[in-house]
Ligand binder design. Sequence first.
Ligand SMILES: Nc1ncnc2c1ncn2[C@@H]1O[C@H](COP(=O)(O)OP(=O)(O)OP(=O)(O)O)[C@@H](O)[C@H]1O
Ligand SMILES: [Mg+2]
Length: 315
Amino acid sequence: MALFHSCCLPTPSPPQLLSFRNSTSKYLLFTPAATPSRCRFPKLSAAVAVESPPASSADGVDSPKLLLEVRDLCAVITESRQPILKGVNLTIHEGEVHAVMGKNGSGKSTFAKVLVGHRDYEVTEGTVVFKGENLLDMAPEDRSLAGLFMSFQSPVEIPGVSNIDFLQMAYNARRRKLGEPELSPLEFYGYIAPKLESVNAKIEFLSRNVNEGFSGGEKKRNEILQLAVLGADLAILDEIDSGLDVDALRDVANAVNKLLTPTNSVLMITHYRRLLEFIKPTYIHIMDDGRIVKTGDISIAEVLEKGGYKALSAT
Ligand SMILES: Nc1ncnc2c1ncn2[C@@H]1O[C@H](COP(=O)(O)OP(=O)(O)OP(=O)(O)O)[C@@H](O)[C@H]1O
Ligand SMILES: [Mg+2]
């Protein structure tokens, strides 16, 4: 099984993780996601879904390519069978930045975790196509190797595994997948040094165990270091702004902006307009009770900040 990035690791609980050793270290792997079974929620017919507007092609220029297409996605908590996602629709094209906002408990993190194949959730309905492939048929580690990255709201700690070992292994797994030669430790150090600088992270980050003992803000910065090292066609950032002081927020946002190209995209979950001032979204979506119920531009965040969700439902 290929390595699965720490960014895609679930909150660790013994049944979800496998471990193995190479010559130097112990690594944790994600066990494959449960195979989705199909069933319908009675409420599905009532699902309200708003699609992102189609990419503009008014001047006859080719529209950007479709990157992710989520249709009527429903998911339950694997253990309790409690429905959380109740018909999510979302379309992301290359080069777009999408923000998802919504009240606490509305299903934002669940949506993100379902996209990366977290074992706590089972997809019961709907489709997800990523870069033309059926994402739901792919094991979590393959989703990651295919170019999906997720920074968790609560990044996981991996005791006993240094950041640099972890990143080198993850990066080399990506290179193997692309048919490129792996980097030696020395070559990898040369590759990672400027990345470290780009996120303004301390050199000690590399020798410390993944996220172990990191402050909340350091964990978030470390997540962005992982993104800078591994790259992604679609980076899903779940509350990357939480716990960051204003300088750290600027650093993290700058690093994300530097990674944005016309062919990759960001899906960021946030509660605050502050992040959206640094990383300008193409669209903002509002999630409510497991569905995207509204899509618009930055003005949504302005209404939200002034009058809360009550004000938004009145628009
Ligand atoms: N593994 C789980 N076990 C039990 N309940 C869960 C689990 N995952 C999600 N839930 C519940 O599903 C609902 C949606 O959770 P989720 O974390 O997706 O919300 P959210 O929109 O990200 O909220 P927040 O803004 O507070 O981060 C919540 O009521 C949460 O308690
Ligand atoms: Mg959340």
